[in-house]
Design a protein around this ligand. Structure first.
Ligand code: SF4
Length: 291
C-alpha cells in the first residue's frame, strides 16, 4: 500500500505509518483476520499494491498501535498484558494477542482496548463480542484456565463534555469499560469453524464477481434511517427518532417538520475497508441508489 503525505506532516510520522505492526506470529490465521469479512480480506490482498492512503487519515490506527506499546508497560500484579496465545482448531493454528488478562480466584477476566467514536459505542458491536469470545476460547484451550468474563475498555476519541451533560444515553466519561456476553465454549468453537470455512472458501473462489461472499449489514456498519424533528429558524433538531410516526407526532405538536436522514453503510461509504472502489457489492448498491 502506498502512503501519501498530502498535508506535509513530519516524515517521521510517514515512517511510522509505513511500518508493519500487524503480526499473527507463527500461526495460519489471527483472530483479527478471521472476524474480518472475507470480502475485505480478499480485496485488500488483491489490490494491496494499488491501495493508497494519506498519512493524515491514519492517525487513529497509528494511535491504536501506540496504545499496545504503552499498554505493555502498564504492568500490575495479577495482570498479564499483550500476551499472544496459540491453539489448534480444524487443522490450523489460530493466534490472538490479548491486551489484558486479569487473574481472579475463579478464572481470567479478558479486556481489550478499543479506540472508538461515541456513535459507534452506542451501536451493537457483534465483531467486538465475537473477538473477545475467541480470545476466551484461546485462553481456555491454550492455558486450560477458565474465563470469567470478557469486556472492552473503550477510549472515545470524539467524547464531548457538553453532549454528556444533555444526553442520558451518551457515554458519561471518555473511557468506558463495557461487559460483553460470554459465550459457551462450544458455541465459540462452532463460530470459529464457520469463519475459517468462509475465509478458506473465499481464497479458492475463482470468480470474483459471483463467488466472493457479500459483507453483511453488520459488517458494513449499517446506520439505520433516522427522522429528525426540526423547526424553521432553528439549526439543530428538536429530537431525532428511529421511528417515523413518533417523529411525525412530535413535529405536529411542535409545529415543525420531519427531516429524513437516510441510512447508510458507514464502512462502505466512508471507505473504512479501503477497497470500496473495487467492491462489486458496493458499486452495485451505488448504482441501485442512482436509479
Ligand atoms: S465496500 Fe462495503 S461491502 Fe465492499 S468490502 Fe467494503 S465494507 Fe464490504
Amino acid at each position: 500500500m502506498k502512503i501519501t503525505n498530502k498535508h506535509n506532516v513530519p516524515e517521521t510520522l510517514v515512517a511510522l505509518a509505513s511500518r508493519e505492526y500487524y503480526s499473527k506470529g507463527k500461526s495460519d490465521y489471527s483472530v483479527t483476520e478471521i472476524i474480518s469479512p472475507p470480502r475485505i480480506q480478499r480485496l485488500r490482498r488483491k489490490h494491496h499494491d494499488e491501495m493508497e492512503q494519506d498519512v493524515s487519515e491514519m492517525l487513529w490506527s497509528l494511535l491504536g498501535s501506540a496504545l499496545h506499546v504503552v499498554a505493555e508497560r502498564g504492568q500490575h500484579e495479577g495482570y498479564t498484558t499483550e500476551e499472544r496465545l496459540y491453539a489448534e482448531i480444524d487443522g490450523v493454528i489460530l493466534s490472538g494477542a490479548i491486551d489484558i488478562q486479569k487473574s481472579t480466584p475463579e478464572g481470567i477476566l479478558i479486556t481489550d482496548y478499543k479506540f472508538t467514536s461515541a456513535w459507534a459505542l452506542r451501536q451493537d458491536k457483534f465483531e467486538w463480542e465475537a473477538q473477545q469470545n475467541i480470545y476466551a476460547w484461546l485462553v481456555q484451550t491454550a492455558k486450560k484456565t477458565p474465563v470469567v468474563g470478557v469486556q472492552i475498555c473503550a477510549l472515545i476519541r470524539d467524547w464531548s463534555r457538553r453532549e454528556a451533560a444533555v444526553k442520558a444515553d451518551y457515554p458519561q466519561a471518555p473511557i468506558q469499560v463495557i461487559d460483553l456476553p460470554l459465550w459457551d465454549i462450544d458455541r465459540t468453537a462452532t463460530y470459529i469453524t464457520e469463519r475459517l470455512n468462509a475465509h478458506r472458501e473465499s481464497k479458492v473462489a475463482a470468480d470474483w464477481e459471483t463467488e466472493l461472499p457479500f459483507c453483511t449489514e453488520d459488517e458494513r456498519w449499517m446506520r439505520e434511517t433516522q427522522y429528525a424533528v426540526k423547526r424553521e429558524g432553528r439549526k439543530t433538531a428538536i429530537r431525532v427518532f428511529d421511528n417515523e410516526q413518533e417523529a411525525k407526532d412530535l413535529a405536529e405538536k411542535e409545529k415543525g417538520f420531519v427531516e429524513i436522514r437516510k441510512g447508510e453503510a458507514i464502512r462502505c461509504t466512508g471507505n473504512f475497508c479501503g477497497v470500496n472502489q473495487w467492491c462489486s457489492q458496493y458499486q452495485a448498491s451505488l448504482k441501485e441508489q442512482a436509479e
